[in-house]
Design a binder for this molecule. Structure first.
Ligand SMILES: Cc1ncc(COP(=O)(O)O)c(C=O)c1O
Length: 405
């Protein structure tokens, strides 16, 4: 694929119907932010909402705001907004806890209902495997580690629950949800989909694909803020049969009855546990409003276009990609290999282009279509080419490893 010129990139921006959304974000001047797949930047409305939640609701409304400002309903309200983005019914998604905790709750509930092995691919985002290792230690459920390239024919009747990403966190390869669900249905296996890198950037229809369980992040493409709470999706037809292990009062059918015994709420609400983090939920709620009138399919098409442009330019400068090529479906990010990728990413950051590094040698870049344009991506690859050509990355200051890469 021949890379387009900068003028052609600018022309694409001129006719891009999503370009107007950039004005809704508060991005630092001179920064090209290619890490919205890891931590989305703040929409201006989120900054205003945090302030009003703190001042008008918390400071002025005090505890009355649980009712008056609708705090108690925020987990469901945010869930309904996310449901629209993943093809779930509005009532079947709730925001709570982190992805890790939600994987635990859902995998444990499904494994209790249908005992058997719990499985994951070894190249999944590590927390998914760590959580299943912990669950296996706790319950003695056998743990099956599938090889990275095991396809749906690896699904067997020994497995009770499989945890699987829709979009791989390094490669951005996209799983065929319907095909996996079909294979799983034949063996009575429940799949918990990790939608972390997919939500807000891919056009997903969980119900149409036959997917009944999912979890995902609020802080990536949804722009809900650092540590934003996660979501959990359970199709209502199966929720009633599931007993979640973290039976906290917020998942009770009537929390304010203060009854001595636990009785689960109907539907996905039983997967709530403790008091929701209202400041973070308010931020997420405001961030989700951005998606209200946007067609998620258009977001996916643009993310692909931006990524394809980046890939073409990388190929021209000799960088090898581990991500799906332009002819295939891909998530909103991609990774290219370079032995000194950490140093190059640090040099890029010094030049205002922010991406991240994943072991062992991957430079990872995300293409959030709501605040990035084709010219941004073109300029970012130009800086990347310069850093490689001049070998600026060799400067000692770029090799100091920090905790978060
Ligand atoms: C695919 C995937 N799953 C899970 C997580 C971790 O989620 P949490 O920190 O909310 O538990 C991440 C974080 O980046 C992720 O990329």
């Amino acid at each position: 694929m021949t890379p387009i010129s900068r003028d052609e990139a600018c022309a694409l921006d001129d006719k891009d119907p999503l370009a107007r959304h950039k004005a809704q974000f508060d991005l630092p001047e001179g920064v090209i932010y290619l890490d919205g797949n890891s931590l989305g930047p703040p929409p201006k409305a989120v900054l205003a909402r945090i302030q009003s939640t703190c001042e008008a609701e918390w400071r002025d409304g005090l505890i009355k705001s649980w009712n008056d400002a609708g705090w108690i309903d925020l987990p469901k309200a945010c869930g309904a907004k996310i449901a629209r983005l993943i093809g779930a019914r509005a009532d079947d998604v709730i925001v709570a806890d982190s992805v890790s905790v939600n994987i635990f709750k859902l995998a444990a509930a499904l494994n209790t209902k249908a005992p058997g092995a719990i499985a994951y691919h070894t190249d999944e985002f590590p927390t998914d495997g760590y959580i299943l290792q912990g669950l296996s230690n706790l319950t003695s459920a056998p743990l099956i580690r599938l090889a990275a390239d095991d396809g749906h024919d690896a699904i067997s009747s020994d497995i009770s629950v499989l945890v699987k990403s829709v979009v791989h966190y390094k490669t951005a390869a996209v799983a065929d949800i319907a095909a996996w669900e079909k294979a799983a249905a034949e063996e009575n296996v429940a799949i918990v989909w990790d939608l972390s890198h997919a939500t807000g950037v891919l056009d997903i229809d969980m119900r149409r694909a036959g997917a009944r369980y999912g979890v995902g992040c609020g802080y990536k493409f949804l722009n809900g803020g650092p540590g934003a709470p996660a979501f959990i999706y359970v199709d209502r037809q199966t929720a009633a049969a599931l007993t979640q292990p973290l039976s906290g009062w917020m998942g009770h059918a009537a929390p304010f009855d203060f009854a001595p015994n636990y009785a689960p709420a109907p539907g996905v609400e039983r997967f709530a546990c403790g008091t929701p983090p209202i400041l973070s939920l308010s931020a997420l709620d405001a961030a989700l409003n951005i998606f209200t009138n946007i067609d998620i399919a258009a977001i996916e098409v643009k993310a692909k276009g931006l990524g394809d442009l980046f890939l073409a330019r990388c190929a021209a400068i000799g960088l090898e990609s581990i991500s799906p090529p332009p002819r295939e479906r891909r998530g909103g990010h991609l990774s290219v290999r370079f032995e000194h990728g950490y140093e190059v990413v640090q040099a890029l950051i010094a030049h205002g282009v922010i991406g991240d590094f994943r072991q062992p040698d991957l430079m990872r870049f995300g293409f959030s279509p709501l605040f990035l344009g084709y010219r941004d991506v073109w300029d970012a690859t130009n800086k990347l080419a310069n850093i490689l050509e001049t070998e600026e990355w060799r400067e000692a200051k770029y090799s100091a490893r920090r905790k978060v890469t």
